[in-house]
Design a protein around this ligand. Structure first.
Ligand SMILES: [Zn+2]
Length: 86
């Protein structure tokens, strides 16, 4: 993995808490993960990004300190906004 790769980290504890989330497979281990709408649009724009579950993304971050997290903050904002409405 090069530091140019982007990592997408899922939020919501694997239960699709964010409305509009869809299930995908972790690029690395194949585990089912939820992708928030912001991640889905990122995937549409950059189809070759890595899609990693929390465990795999932590491993990747340990190997590659400057790895990028493409969607974490946006997904967290979506989750926060959803929590406030519910
Ligand atoms: Zn994984």
């Amino acid at each position: 993995m090069s530091s140019d790769d982007e990592i997408v980290v899922l939020t919501g504890g694997g239960r699709g808490n964010i409305p509009g989330s869809r299930r995908y497979n972790c690029t690395q281990c194949g585990k089912k993960i939820w992708l928030a709408p912001s991640g889905q649009s990122l995937m549409a724009a950059k189809p070759d990004i890595l899609l990693l579950c929390m465990a795999c993304s932590r491993q990747a971050a340990a190997r590659e300190p400057d790895v990028k997290y493409g969607v974490t903050r946006a997904a967290l904002r979506e989750f926060d906004a959803w929590k406030k409405r519910n």
